[in-house]
Design a protein around this ligand. Structure first.
Ligand code: NDP
Ligand code: 8X3
Length: 259
């Protein structure tokens, strides 16, 4: 049987990179995207050595036309066409996203807000809409939510709002796609050590490191394994919503650090 195709956004680092590598080992072919080409190519090369066919396209998820064009190019490269019959896009992992800044909303910056809302909400929507025509009954979509989409914490305002939107959209997409047999899952991680906090604190490595001090955070591999679990359920099973936290983190507000 030929390998199924999965499209992963945000595959240049963190959860997306780990997911690409794990799915390559698990028998998937990959369509990978993000903005940093060199990083993406290096992930792609490693996935090829793991046995996958891989196509890569670089674009900014905030740009609707670039997203439509990038998806079309990837589908052509993989031999996936619209409509039933032929090879489907078996899965979309809608993972790309970011937090920018952390502080009271009335000190927030327009640019930070735009980056979060345009990437995490509209970018996720643009990519999902562009991919659905290539998905068949039995295809699956996995949206990367967050504990920030379930609870709100101090300084998280707009990032939390964007992930609450992902929570709502995941439920809405599940309803909209149910009669087409496309399952929609959301994975909601707690604190995971990736490049997430370096991006949030705009390159301040010390501030980023402090987030994960005194406890064992989740690793990208933990979330990749969750994605693989969701994608490998039998056809009649859809994991709707998966909240995954470090053992030391009981909620967005309760983190036990060893002092
Ligand atoms: P990383 O910063 O390591 O990865 C983020 C990925 O998103 C990168 O590959 C980045 O690629 C891509 N990306 C960001 N902005 C854009 C854009 N405008 N266009 C295209 N790609 C973009 O962080 P994580 O792996 O941790 O984050 C992945 C997802 O998980 C995000 O949605 C995040 O909100 C969510 N999450 C993270 C948690 C954590 O604690 N780490 C916990 C819960 C959820 P590039 O820069 O090359 O474009
Ligand atoms: C990332 C996890 O707790 O920093 O979504 O919001 S948190």
């Amino acid at each position: 049987m030929s390998r199924p195709w999965v499209l992963i956004s945000g595959a240049s680092s963190g959860f997306g990179e780990a997911t690409a590598k794990l799915l390559a080992s698990a028998g998937w072919n990959l369509l990978l995207t993000s903005r940093r080409e060199e990083r993406l190519q290096s992930v792609a090369q490693e996935c090829v050595t793991l046995g996958a066919s891989v196509h890569v396209e670089v674009w900014d998820m905030r740009d609707r036309e670039a997203t439509d064009c990038g998806v079309r190019t990837l589908m052509q490269a993989a031999g996936i066409s619209e409509g039933e019959g032929g090879t489907p896009l078996a899965a979309l992992v809608n993972n790309a996203g970011l937090a920018v800044g952390k502080g009271p909303f009335d000190e927030g910056l327009d640019d930070d807000w735009n980056r979060m809302l345009d990437t995490n909400v509209k970018g996720l929507l643009f990519l999902a809409r562009a991919c659905v025509p290539y998905m068949h009954s039995g295809s699956r979509m996995v949206n990367m939510g967050s504990i920030a989409g379930k609870q709100v914490y101090a300084g998280g305002n707009v990032y939390c709002a964007s992930k609450h939107a992902v929570d709502a959209l995941s439920q809405a997409m599940r309803i909209d796609l149910v009669d087409r047999g496309i399952g929609v899952s959301q994975i909601c991680p707690g604190a995971a050590e990736t490049e997430f906090s370096v991006v949030r604190f705009k390159g301040d490595q010390e501030a980023a490191d402090a987030v994960y001090q005194g406890f064992d955070p989740l690793l990208a591999q933990d979330i990749a394994e969750a994605v693989e679990f969701v994608l490998s359920r039998p056809p009649h099973v859809c994991v709707n919503d998966l909240v995954i936290m470090p053992t030391a983190q009981a909620s967005a507000h309760h983190l036990h650090r060893n002092t």
